[in-house]
Design a protein around this ligand. Sequence first.
Ligand SMILES: N[C@@H](CCC(=O)N[C@@H](CS)C(=O)NCC(=O)O)C(=O)O
Length: 202
Amino acid sequence: MKLYDVTVAPNPRRVRIVMAEKGIEAERIEMDLQAGDNLTDAYRLKHPFAKVPVLELDDGTCIGETTAICQYLEALEPEPNLLGHDPLEKARIEMWHRWVDDFFMRPTGMCFQHSSGYFSDRMQTVPEWGKVCRQLTLDFLDQLEERLCTRSHVVAGRFTIVDITTLCIIDFNKVNQIRLDDRYPSILTWYDRINQRPSFRA
Ligand SMILES: N[C@@H](CCC(=O)N[C@@H](CS)C(=O)NCC(=O)O)C(=O)O
């Protein structure tokens, strides 16, 4: 298998952590997004929307979308379970994963894209929208702080894919100059514990 990867980008990092948790190996193809490695015709055959990550199987089949890749990896190697054991746990984990993606990952990415101009060669940037997304990102952190006051993990009372995604987004927010500080004591406690897992160095 090959993983089309970007070391500093949050979505491929989620896949690398899941692989490390499950002991799955793949050849890593490092892409340079700013140079437009993902915008070539050849790459668009692997991912029609030109995003990373992509997992390419040995027969050439390509899987895009981080969650779809993680579902595939969980089916290949069920342990440790990251996506839920029974129907209700699976639903709860999927619900929180979607909320984290929609209400934290999306505004984080938009804040970066519309404030930094990193992709100004390929998209129109609207700095005012960047500011709105920055506030939405901070609003999510407030909700997360409240949630983690009484919980050891984001959902299910154990380590899941949602902890992986949430921590990757928190780390990526350094590009938006948003960092954990003493406004977020519960998130910091959770972060320090989760970040000790060896898979987070992947
Ligand atoms: N929903 C997609 C998002 C993928 C995504 O936006 N990836 C970013 C890197 S983290 C990317 O490829 N950006 C390059 C671009 O937009 O040109 C997923 O989870 O795989």
